[in-house]
Design a protein around this ligand. Structure first.
Ligand code: NOJ
Length: 572
């Protein structure tokens, strides 16, 4: 039976009592809080700004809102370095603002999930400060302090350089898989684990609906700290490769789930890379420790090289195959969460529209594929208006530590200034971190103050205000896509139906059927050429079309214009 409780001054369902898997068939949206909406004119987005935009999000058809970190932080890695898990950073507002956001979200049927960053914390966290001041004391054991007269091995951090940093005044080194100000937390230590569970439950008690779980795969370690063979001049090997020799992650995650998420019926989505087929069962599905994991396969396309400077952009065929293969592998087991971009990726429309042109039609086509493929679509702020990669003119225009590292890697590989800049401009995480473009005003309707991280040349023509007025805008198209999740005839099939590839051997056609109580065919002509397609049966209903109506009911042969996307119900 559903029970009610008073929380934050509101009556609402206790999540524990809500239907299990309440999150299935939902549409999610990611907010990068520093860049979403500034309410107080200091140039940085904040919680009150997000609350102001809840109606906009409701109108976009959003059910779940993921906030990138808003905890207290020195922002070395933009909040992924937490110095107090129980405090809201003052740049975002107060705990009351957070409670208001949760409550206002609930009124609109929007569940808030937070970012759970527990592979590491900030070097400013009191645990680390206490560990430094007493390197043999109990807090040192919250981290990996290893005795050694030199770096214990040749692992390279995700942000470049060794993963080891000396503990001042000792013969020890501490481990940091990311920046040196992000020391790794020691999950071997049960006392640390208890602290983490307590913190998670504290937030769930506040009424958040769950978490996106950051970098979780890194909590397992090769406790022998073995060096790995390197073919690089600096002798280093990416720390990711050390995970092959690591202990099993399963006991940690099982305990984590039992002690926290499971008790609250929380929605959890893991940032999980490189999982094997066998491991999938453990992460998602009936026995999974998480509700879902992100499908990152497409983001890895073209990245076999030595760094951003020698990566290649994915073709339509590669994109298609990566999507189909991800579903063939995962759909029997559990639910994938899908993206075309996030705060760690360039803008999807600048990355995946291989042949171009990047225009409203091709942007809508990419959105159609993501939102209507099976899984939980995570729309990233600005994606719904077709925001593109930004213009950056010099390395000084960038903020992100991974980008600055990418620049140095390119320069060390012998690239000229211009080439190094071009490489980081294509892949920089800052492309997606610039302010949300609400209007064409100088501050983009984002802030009345000096907006942080604004590009020297923003494309003012891409903005919410203008798109609200245009029935054919990308924004209104995204609304039509998400409306299909609630559609009286097709909603059930879109939310829960199977996904079956169609026209797979037709080059640059990305098409699939969604099959449930209806049969829906989604076709995208993902190229800058016309294509003729014969349908297996005549069109019964043209459900959606990203260009002006070129078909009608009864048609069975389609002439698709470049990047045309259509959603069809066929005559049975
Ligand atoms: C993944 C996050 O998405 C990224 O932004 C961050 O830099 C790393 N994890 C470290 O927390």
């Amino acid at each position: 039976m559903e029970t009610e409780m008073i929380c934050l001054g509101l009556f609402h369902l206790r999540r524990q009592d809500m239907e299990k898997d309440w999150w299935k068939g939902k549409v999610a949206y990611q907010i990068y809080p520093k860049s979403f909406k500034d309410s107080n004119g200091d140039g940085v987005g904040d919680l009150k700004g997000i609350t102001k935009k809840l109606d906009y999000l409701q109108n976009l058809g959003i059910d779940i809102l993921w906030l990138s970190p808003i905890y207290k932080s020195p922002f070395i890695d933009q909040g992924y370095d937490i110095s107090d898990y129980y405090a809201i950073d003052p740049i975002f507002g107060t705990m009351e603002d957070m409670e208001e956001l949760i409550a206002e979200g609930k009124k609109r049927g929007i569940s808030i999930i937070m970012d759970l960053v527990v592979n590491h914390c900030s070097s400013h966290h009191e645990w680390f400060q206490k560990a430094l001041s007493d390197p043999d004391g109990p807090y040192a054991d919250y981290f990996y302090f290893i005795e050694s007269d030199k770096e214990p091995n040749n692992w390279e951090s995700y942000f470049g350089g060794s993963v080891w940093e000396p503990v001042p005044g000792t013969n020890k080194y501490y481990l940091h898989s990311y920046h040196k100000d992000q020391p790794d937390l020691n999950w071997q230590n049960p006392v640390l684990r208890e602290e983490i569970y307590k913190m998670i439950n504290w937030w769930l008690d506040k009424g958040i609906a769950g978490f996106r779980i950051d970098a979780i795969i890194n909590i397992k370690k090769d406790l022998e700290w073995r060096s790995l063979p390197s073919d690089r001049e600096n002798g280093l090997v990416p720390v990711l490769e050390s995970l092959v020799n690591a202990q099993s992650i399963e006991p940690f995650l099982q305990e984590l789930n039992e002690r926290t998420f499971a008790k609250y019926n929380a929605f959890t989505v893991g940032e999980v890379f490189n999982e094997t087929d066998e491991e999938l069962h453990f992460f998602i599905g009936k026995d999974g420790v998480f509700s879902s994991i992100f499908d990152f396969k497409q983001t890895c396309l073209g990245q076999e090289g030595k760094g951003w400077f020698d990566h290649t952009l994915p073709t339509a065929e590669e994109l298609k195959e990566s999507i189909f293969q991800a579903h063939e592998r995962a759909d029997r087991i559990g639910v994938l969460s899908t993206i075309i971009e996030n705060h760690d990726e360039p803008r999807g429309v600048s990355h995946y529209i291989a042949e171009g042109p990047v225009n409203d039609t091709s942007k809508k086509a990419l959105g159609t594929i993501q939102v209507l493929r099976k899984g939980i679509p995570f729309i990233y702020q600005g994606q719904e208006i077709g925001m593109e990669n930004q213009v950056f003119e010099s390395v000084e225009d960038f903020d992100d530590i991974a980008t600055i590292n990418g620049y140095h890697v390119a320069k060390e590989a012998g690239l000229s200034e211009e080439e190094a800049l071009a490489a980081i401009a294509n892949y920089s995480r800052d492309n997606a971190r610039t302010p949300m473009q609400w209007s064409a005003e100088p501050g983009l309707g984002f802030s009345d103050g000096p907006a942080w991280l604004i590009s020297p040349k923003p494309d003012y023509s891409i903005n919410v205000e203008d798109q609200e007025k245009d029935p054919d805008s990308i924004l209104n198209y995204y609304r039509q896509l998400t409306a299909l999740y609630r559609h009286p005839l097709y909603g059930n099939t879109i939310r829960f139906g199977d996904m079956i590839p169609a026209y797979r051997d037709r080059e640059n056609i990305i098409a699939f059927e969604r099959r449930g109580d209806k049969r829906i065919l989604v076709i995208s002509n993902f190229q800058n050429r016309q294509a003729t397609l014969e349908l297996p049966a005549p069109i019964k209903t043209l459900v959606l079309n990203n260009t002006a109506g070129l078909f009608q009911e009864g048609d069975q042969v389609l002439e698709l214009v470049p990047y045309q996307s259509i959603v069809l119900e066929l005559v049975e």
